[in-house]
Write a protein that binds this ligand. Structure first.
Ligand code: PMP
Length: 456
């Protein structure tokens, strides 16, 4: 094994690595907690602290950490053929095999895959393919995309513009926002006082349709949405919302892009959530993260046969799709994804999610007894815990209290990693979690909140 000098890792990282979504001012003093080893549900830092991973790395390590057969698959593929040009008529066996496997698992006729390096690039590709598709159909004005406030779609420029989280745009230009517009997030916790879930859903659907009318249906190409918003705070839509938004898309000849970067590959107990859980058939489905459980980067944009047939027509701009990444269909990443899917199937990990997920959600409801917990929501192994100053008015806890960050630190001290996102605590453990480990996470969060409240 390559021996790295770990004695300088903290300082080298602090001095040279630009960290994503990180506050420069605190970072220059505090640096990083450096994780050195990972196995199953646990990671260990360079100080030897072993921590239960309550966030699956970053919503991605679905099969758990440190699987030897993943390492063997990756090594075998590297030794056999680590890389070759994927452009034109050149391909490799893992990319072809994974393409067929994704078509088998994906709902409906999502039979064609465009590979990328992660979720942002897969969303970027989705938007380019939408534009290309309508151009090929001669609908050259049909280019506008409707996204949602609080949605997270990535960090490349277009994916960041699709994203509806304002803080992520501070200091950047709004590239792409001439054709991207945002409607309200679907967040049951935000439902106005006195409204039923149905009233709220009607309102969101009406708002969506009104926006299409305002933009002009001939100008609107697609709607993009996560089945459950992840980074925006695990926001859950009212029943029937996605299906109805999909119906509106069909009414106006728009494409529905399901961003399943977090929800695909089992987090909600199904391979893909859109059709199996929410009952709609996306035209484009974007996935990453759980496709390879984070063992190696990979993203995939799946498109319907209908879209494929249009963009592959011989009369298209010389018949050439002029887009693609060097690491498209990377053989090592695709081999890892195939092994990851084999493990998910062989160990019935989706079955575990269905069994343990309900237990996880039910037991977390006890956190509502805390004076600062306003909402506990989510589905299966995806959970958000909202911190509030006033439960009745649902006023968020003042950011100056740094509540989520402080509670996160207290959880770390107790041996559990959670994720603070604004005034929300996010949980998304590996899908191999046991009921005992669910208890450990919930008890730790509970004790940490109790301590925070006592010290306020
Ligand atoms: N879409 C969603 C729903 C995501 O949660 C993320 C990442 N958290 C992305 C897209 C972007 O993926 P990546 O960071 O792999 O580019």
């Amino acid at each position: 094994m390559t021996a790295f000098d770990k004695s300088n890792a903290w300082e080298n990282d602090r001095a040279h690595v630009i960290h994503p979504y990180t506050d420069f001012s605190t970072f220059s003093n505090e640096g990083s907690q450096i994780i050195e080893r990972a196995e199953g549900m646990y990671v260990t830092d360079t100080d030897g602290n072993k921590l239960l991973d309550g966030i699956a790395g970053l919503w991605c390590v679905n099969i758990g950490h440190g699987r030897k057969e993943m390492a063997e698959t990756i090594a075998e593929q590297v030794m056999n053929m680590q890389y070759y040009n994927p452009f034109g008529h050149s391909s490799n066996i893992p990319a072809a095999t994974l393409g067929a496997k994704l078509a088998e698992l994906a709902p409906g006729d999502l039979n064609h895959v465009f590979y990328t390096c992660g979720g942002s690039t897969a969303n970027d590709a989705a938007i380019r393919l939408v534009h290309y598709y309508f151009d090929m159909k001669g609908q050259h004005r049909k280019k506008k995309i409707i996204s949602r406030q609080n949605g997270y779609h990535g960090a490349t420029y277009v994916a960041a513009s699709l994203t509806g989280i304002h803080g992520t745009k501070t200091g950047f230009d709004r590239i792409g926002e001439d054709f991207i517009t945002h409607v309200s997030a679907a967040n049951l916790y935000d439902k106005p006082e006195g409204w039923s879930d149905g009233d709220y859903c009607d309102y969101l659907v009406r708002e969506f349709e009104a926006r299409i009318q305002q933009l002009g249906p001939d100008n609107v190409a697609a709607f993009i949405a996560e089945p459950i918003m992840g980074a925006g705070g695990v926001l859950v839509a009212p029943d029937g919302y996605h299906k109805r938004m999909w119906e509106i898309c069909k009414k106006y000849d728009m494409l529905y892009i399901a961003d399943e970067v977090v929800t695909a590959f089992g987090r909600l107990g199904e391979w893909f959530a859109s059709e199996a859980i929410y009952g709609y058939q996306p035209d484009i489905l974007v996935c990453a993260k759980g496709i390879s459980s984070g063992y190696i980067p990979l993203g995939a944009t799946l498109i319907s046969t209908e879209i494929y047939d249009v963009i592959s027509k011989p009369q298209c701009v010389g018949g050439v799709l002029s887009m693609g990444l060097t690491y498209f269909g990377h053989p090592v990443a695709c081999a890892a994804a195939l092994k990851n899917i084999e493990i998910l199937e062989r160990e019935n990990i989706l079955g575990n999610v269905k069994e343990v997920g309900t237990y996880f959600q039910d037991s977390a409801k006890s956190l509502l007894n805390q004076p600062i917990v306003g909402d506990v929501r989510g589905s299966q192994l995806m959970m958000g815990i909202d911190l509030v100053a006033d439960k009745k008015t649902k006023t968020p806890i003042d950011m100056s209290e740094k509540a989520a960050g402080t509670i996160f630190q207290k959880c770390i001290e107790r041996g559990v990693i959670i994720r603070p996102v604004g005034d929300c605590l996010v949980l998304s453990p590996p899908l191999i979690i046991s009921k005992e480990q669910c208890d450990q996470i919930i008890n730790t969060v509970n004790e940490s909140i109790t301590e925070f409240v006592a010290q306020r």
